[in-house]
Design a protein. Sequence first.
Length: 110
Amino acid sequence: METTRFDAAEYLDTPELQAAYITAALETGDLAEVRDAIGLVARARGMADIAAAAKLNPKSLYKALGDSGNPEFATVLSVLNALGLTLSATPTDKSQRARRKRASPQKSAA
């Protein structure tokens, strides 16, 4: 029996799935995971097309998003923009608690 190589890019066939995949990677906080997810989605959309839309050299983009790549933040933002995606921030539970503590009214001395 012949097997075929699994390619997750084949299953990331909608912008919603692609955004969810990158969001899940961002939530891990693992830089390699984020790089790999962005690379996989770029491959799903067509790396050459994404490189052109991001105004990047395709060879440089492959290298930046490859296994040992360390893309600059500007590159990440350019690629996400080319993918039609944006970054957003949401507070973690810890951040929400800290913000609530600071926002609590201080008791005044009478």
